[in-house]
Design a binder for this molecule. Structure first.
Ligand code: UT7
Length: 328
């Protein structure tokens, strides 16, 4: 790669928020034919957080945003844009982004949402990167925030034990780079969709159909099959676009849906589990919030260090899937 001065979107702050209420697997056995053993062995999930009554996606997102601002040593007025990845907005409109803008007082930022379900944060990161490299923003808050507990069918044991609520946020800043893979910041992105598979994972309600929010429906084993196959492929493609190979990766920070998918993807990429940030046991599947939650937890625990090469990858409803390669 030639050594040209380029603009890179560099992570300068991170934060996360989890609702207070923790629900252990055992709690589901009171109302469903399920067990802690089944949930752990099939998914790796031990507990998840659920938002309190009246606590909305924008509330969770704003908590995470404030934590990221504090971590970066910035005030909300330093932001040019806010991009929120969510499939569980407070209202059909306006966007959660504009609600966060108001709640944190980011008076100079334009704000909008990105909806790519569990792949939402990867899509939002890629869009924020595009805003920065094209000169449309210098500092962008990118948030993944969800209240999936609000779209659970509590009688469907195949889905309701898997999901949780939470939010994570990164702040990206335009910084000069040399144009090589040694630069800090986002180095490459790879985004994909295949709408033929919409029936594998969807919500059975919506504005222009039922006029209701609906409930999540999933053919879990079918999604599983696609996930194992597509996640390693998109991570490898993103690495190749950055001129890098798997052996250079310090951390995989995957979407946290299922420990078996995470292990299978790491194996395909030739990386040991020591190089993978795993939070699925404590958070469950928080859809678009899972990657920024894992990044923020990994950084707070001192695992992610400045200069580390990080690959994030996710797949979800659509299907939509993708990966982002960045140097922390
Ligand atoms: O984040 C977006 C993308 N989503 C994903 O990546 C999720 C991908 N899928 C998965 O994580 C897994 O497919 C699941 C964890 C959802 C399910 O694991 P599985 O090994 O694929 O199980 P299965 O769906 O094939 O079900 C096996 C059995 C079934 O019983 P029969 O038909 O074999 O008698 C289910 O009825 O397990 C049964 N089952 C349960 N048993 C106890 C399903 N849910 C439960 C439950 N407790 N909660």
């Amino acid at each position: 790669m030639s050594q040209n001065n380029v603009t890179r979107a560099v992570v300068i702050g991170h934060g996360h928020y989890l609702p207070e209420r923790v629900v252990e697997n055992e709690e589901f056995t009171k109302t469903l034919d399920t067990s802690h053993e089944w949930i752990v062995s099939r998914s790796g999930i031990e507990r998840r957080h659920f938002a309190a009554e009246g606590e909305t996606t924008s509330n969770l997102a704003s908590h995470a945003a404030r934590a990221a601002l504090a971590n970066a040593g910035l005030s909300a007025e330093d932001l040019d844009a806010i991009v929120v990845a969510t499939s569980t907005p407070d209202l059909t409109f306006p966007s959660v982004g504009t609600m966060v803008q108001d709640q944190i007082g980011a008076t100079k930022a334009y704000a909008f949402d990105v909806q790519a379900v569990c792949a939402g944060f990867v899509f939002a990161l890629a869009n924020a990167n595009a805003l920065i490299v094209s000169g449309q923003a210098k500092r962008v808050m990118v948030i993944g925030a969800e209240t999936f507990s609000r779209i659970m069918d509590w009688t469907d044991r195949g889905t309701c034990v898997l999901f949780g609520d939470g939010a994570g946020a990164l702040i990206l800043e335009a910084q000069p780079g040399a144009g090589t893979s040694d630069d800090r910041g986002i180095l490459s992105t790879d985004l994909n969709s295949d709408g033929r598979h919409r029936d594998l994972l969807y919500v059975d309600g919506g504005v222009s159909t039922t006029g209701t929010a609906g409930y999540l429906r999933m053919q879990g084993n079918q999604v599983f099959r696609h996930a194992v196959e597509k996640l390693a492929a998109t991570a490898e493609t993103a690495l190749a676009k950055a001129g890098l190979s798997g052996d250079k990766v310090d951390w995989i920070v995957p979407h946290q849906a299922n420990i078996r998918i995470i292990q299978g993807t790491a194996k395909k990429l030739g990386l040991p589990m020591e190089n993978v940030i795993v939070t699925v046991q404590d958070h469950g599947n928080t859809s678009a919030a899972s990657i920024p939650l894992a990044l923020s937890v990994g950084a707070a625990e001192g695992k992610l260090k400045r200069g580390d090469l990080v690959v994030t990858e996710a797949i979800g409803g659509g299907l939509a899937w993708g990966a982002v390669v960045l140097r922390w």
